[in-house]
Design a protein around this ligand. Structure first.
Ligand SMILES: [Zn+2]
Length: 324
């Protein structure tokens, strides 16, 4: 790749945009438009990460690392230079498109009674939570395709992102949609369709990790509806792996600092959630992370526990009773 192409890429991806898309939040402003915040690259407790949006450069006074957006992608995703470039290229193409799709789905949510009814049935009621998680609804048909093509996105780009099927229908039909880092999770309302759907590509890191990583104790759940009810009950130190198998990035995130991780996996009758929790707890302990397994009543996951009248105090007792 030529120097000119590198400069172009850097111009197209302002460092601050990229950081914020990865949940980085500026804590305070300095002179000349610069910002300080917690460092996403090391376990940081007071803001030591300096960002200069004008120059699109960062420097961390804690871990001593700094550079441009490419350097940041290398360090953040723990990849080499060529892979960092590939990730940035992919992100540049996909991020605005996913952002528009998620905004469209959010507009649809309150227009569709069945979507709100489904959220209520899963115990999701707080408007603040719906806002915070940017929950939307995909009615299906061709409405997302029409919206995005009107905005000027070419159909092949929608196909490539997996938002539209080969025959031109919206890929997400009658699904509650949660935006993730570089992906969208869709939960089907219909019992006839597969319940879970992601776009092709990585499911991303742990859900809302930047908001959670500063807690010394973290609750890890399998599903976003588990996340939602816990957050709503005031457990803001919750995060979600979107499944009970962590990808390498999620695993590194959990291990990036000494902490206690409470695993609140499903108590499925076939035991798969509990087996996964046992296995993960062992791996975490090998890395010096204190892992504890929460036992939910048989056949329950955190979502059904709260939906069936479980409350914050009862869940707190489960946390206290959690076994290594
Ligand atoms: Zn740092």
């Amino acid at each position: 790749m030529s120097c000119q192409a590198l400069d172009e890429l850097k111009q197209q991806i302002p460092l601050l945009d990229y950081l914020q898309a990865h949940d980085w939040q500026p804590a305070r402003q300095l002179s000349r438009g610069r910002w300080m915040g917690l460092c996403p690259l090391h376990s940081d407790h007071k803001p030591s990460f300096l960002v200069d949006p004008g120059k699109s450069l960062f420097y961390c006074y804690g871990c001593g690392r700094g550079g441009d957006v490419i350097r940041f992608a290398e360090l953040y995703h723990q990849v080499k230079f060529p892979q960092a470039l590939a990730l940035l290229h992919q992100w540049r193409g996909l991020a605005p498109l996913l952002h528009e799709a998620a905004s469209f789905y959010r507009m649809q949510l309150h227009r569709h009674g069945e979507a709100i009814a489904y959220l209520h049935q899963r115990g999701v009621r707080s408007p603040e939570l719906i806002e915070q998680m940017r929950i939307g609804y995909a009615p299906g048909g061709g409405c997302l395709r029409r919206w995005l093509t009107q905005l000027g996105y070419p159909l092949p780009a929608l196909l490539q992102a997996g938002l539209v099927t080969a025959v031109g229908y919206d890929a997400y039909t009658r699904r509650i949609v949660f935006p993730l880092e570089g992906n969208l999770y869709g939960r089907s309302l219909s019992a006839l369709a597969p319940p879970h759907r992601f776009l092709p590509g990585a499911k991303g890191g742990l859900y809302a990790w930047e908001q959670v990583r500063r807690y010394p104790e973290v609750i890890l759940v399998e599903g976003l509806f588990d996340y939602a009810v816990l957050w709503q009950a005031g457990f803001y130190n919750v995060t979600c792996a979107m499944g009970n198998h962590l990808n390498a990035h999620q695993y590194r995130q959990l291990c990036d600092s000494p902490r206690t991780v409470y695993l609140a996996f499903d108590g499925d009758t076939n035991g798969s959630g509990q087996q996964a929790a046992q296995w993960l707890a062992r791996r975490l302990r090998e890395r010096g992370v204190n892992a504890r397994r929460i036992s939910l009543p048989d056949g329950h996951d955190p979502n059904s526990f709260f939906v069936q009248d479980g409350d914050a105090r009862q869940f707190q007792s489960l946390l206290e009773a959690a076994l290594p």
